[in-house]
Every structure is written in C-alpha cells, then in structure tokens.
Design a protein around this ligand. Structure first.
Ligand code: TXA
Ligand code: MG
Length: 311
C-alpha cells in the first residue's frame, strides 16, 4: 500500500498497532517507523537497518502535550519546543517514570530524544496511531539517508508493511539534536534548525565532543555512498563526479547542490545528490567547499562523516 490518503494513513496506523513497520515521510528525511512501546517492533527496525543496538531512536510525537507524557520538559526544553515544533529539532530530555518508549528504543538510557515533525502525513499518522512512534532515518546503517519514498524503499522497503508517500523531503538533512540533560544545553547533532537560530534564543550551545557516549550514533562512519568522497574540492579530477555549490558549468557528472549558493537548497538536495552521483559508479565523488554557517554546519557534518572523517 502506497499513498497518503486518510485511508492509507489509517491502515498504516493499524500496521503500527499490530507491531509492523511503516515507511513514514518527514520534513527532514524518510523514517522507518514502529510503535515505540513495542520491543519486538523496535527490534525489527534495528534489524532492518543493521543498526547497533546501543544507538537509541528518536520518539516522534504529535505535539507538546504528547511530549510531556514521555519526558520532563524543563524551561529550556519548553523554549526550544515552542520555538521550533513542529519542526526539525529533537530534544533529549530525562524520561518520565511512566514513559512508554521501550528500553530497546532508548538503548537502555534514562533519557529520550523527542521531536514533533513538521510534515502533514507524519502528523496525521501520529494522530491516527495515538502514541509515540520511533523512526530512525530509513537508510541501512552507515548509508545516506533517504529523502524520497523511492530511495527509502530501496534501503529498507522489504521490512515495511505500509509506505506513506509524502513527496520529496523539504529540509533534506536530519533534525538538529539538542540535549537539555544536566547543565548547559549541548548540540549533539547539527541539523535542520541552524545553530544560529537556536543560540539566538538560548545562548551559546556547548559542543558535544565529550558526549559521544550519550549520542552513540555519532561515532561511526555514516551517510556514506560507495564511491570515496573528496571534500573541499575546487574542481573534479578526471573520472570523478562533482557536487558543485554556486555557479558552475553544467557538464556531465556535475550535480549542482545549489546554483545560487543557497544553503537550504543544498541541504535539501544533499543526500539525493550523493545517491545520484554514486549511481554512475564514478572513481570518486568530489564536493565543492560549503560555507560553515546556517545549514552549512549540518551539511559539512554529514559530508565529513560520509568521507570517513569522524569528529
Ligand atoms: O530528522 C530526523 O531526526 C530523522 C527523522 C526520521 O525524524 N530521524 C533520525 O533518526 O535521524 P536517527 O535514528 O537516524 O538519528 C537519531 C540520533 C542518533 O544520532 C542517536 O544517537 C540520537 O539521535 N539519540 C537518540 N536518542 C538519544 C538519547 N537518548 N540521547 C542522545 N542521543 C540520542
Ligand atoms: Mg540516521
């Protein structure tokens, strides 16, 4: 079943209730969705992705009221949620005692990462289902995240009993993950809401370098295509595909992330461009320098990890 009609959404909610998996669009990337309270369903997510079990999943909620049932939202968490939800911001906060998100989804941690996605189909599914939905990006572990239903189905489609088509993802990189656990707010993963926008509200965010244990997913090579990546390349070498940024001749093998050097557009196109470049089996993929401001921080983070340079 593919589509996003009210009937398709209702059927997908039933699949979740029965412990099945659903391909769910969000504004960032497609997610592989399961009932967050069902350990067997969550185990199937880890298995389909080949994801290490120590890497916890994000619990998606419809709104702030639903978030309160999962985590203790302190004043900072409330400021962030009110400013950026629904939207590409994930908040890591202490789990409530009655939190329904199962241990496996939390990887045994006493915190939960929560986010309300800004996608009408995801919100409709959350409302129809009525509980938290955990959904990691639908790629197999280590691969680029899918930003279209077709790409998502290529990655982990065999594991789902329903797929909802939400069109191409508007943001294109995953949510920003901020921890409000003990002390200063920490940026665990740059993403769809820029650091500048968050810092304008809450002041300086601490770096996450000392926090690898708390966000275990940040440790491994990630987002990687088959071909080796060469970053900060002013031009391609013979045999290389090239991801350009800004004005560039439209030659074969060149994919332009944004001819007008718009970082939002580049973020939106990033993962699809990596997939497209890879599909021609190039010697390598060279990527133009991307400015490190706004969404550029998230883009450079993904590129560095895709190239195998951690941290
Ligand atoms: O945009 C997104 O966030 C997408 C869409 C589908 O919502 N989801 C996504 O999920 O990117 P995933 O599983 O690929 O990434 C979740 C990140 C991982 O880096 C994980 O380690 C971190 O969130 N995380 C989850 N729970 C955490 C927790 N309790 N403490 C710290 N980090 C956590
Ligand atoms: Mg992921």
């Amino acid at each position: 079943m593919t589509g996003a009609s009210p009937q398709a959404v209702a059927e997908a909610a039933d699949v979740l209730r029965r412990g099945g998996l659903v391909m769910m669009p969000t504004e960032t990337v497609y997610g592989l969705a399961a009932d967050a309270s069902n350990p067997a369903a969550v185990a199937a997510v880890f298995e389909a992705k080949g994801r290490p079990m120590f890497n916890p999943l994000i619990a998606h909620v419809a709104d702030l009221t639903a978030a309160h049932k999962l985590v203790a939202m302190d004043a900072w968490a409330m400021v962030l949620a009110k400013a950026f939800w629904p939207g590409p911001l994930t908040i890591v906060a202490p789990a409530e005692r009655e939190c329904p998100v199962c241990d496996l989804a939390r990887a045994g941690l006493d915190s939960v990462a929560v986010r309300a996605p800004a996608h009408p189909v995801a919100l409709a599914l959350l409302k129809a289902f009525g509980g938290p939905i955990c959904a990691p990006s639908a790629n197999r572990s280590g691969r680029p995240s899918p930003t279209s239903l077709a790409a998502a189905m290529e990655e982990t489609g065999l594991a789902v009993q329903a797929a909802l088509d939400g069109g191409p993802c508007a943001v294109g990189v995953e949510s920003t993950v901020v921890s409000v656990l003990d002390g200063p707010l920490r940026l665990l993963r740059p993403g769809g809401v820029s650091r500048e926008r968050i810092e304008a509200l809450v002041g300086r965010l601490t770096e996450a370098d000392d926090d690898a244990k708390r966000s275990p997913g940040r440790l491994t090579r990630h987002y990687a295509p088959q071909a080796p990546l060469r970053l900060n390349a002013e031009a391609p070498l013979p045999g290389e595909a090239y991801l350009a940024f800004g004005p560039w001749p439209n030659l074969p093998g060149v994919i332009n992330l944004s001819p007008t050097a718009d970082l939002s557009e580049a973020a939106q196109r990033l993962f699809a461009a990596l997939r497209q470049a890879d599909s021609a089996n190039p010697r390598g993929i060279a990527v133009a320098p991307i400015p490190h401001r706004g969404l550029g921080e998230a883009i450079n983070d993904r590129l560095k990890r895709a190239a195998g340079f951690i941290g």
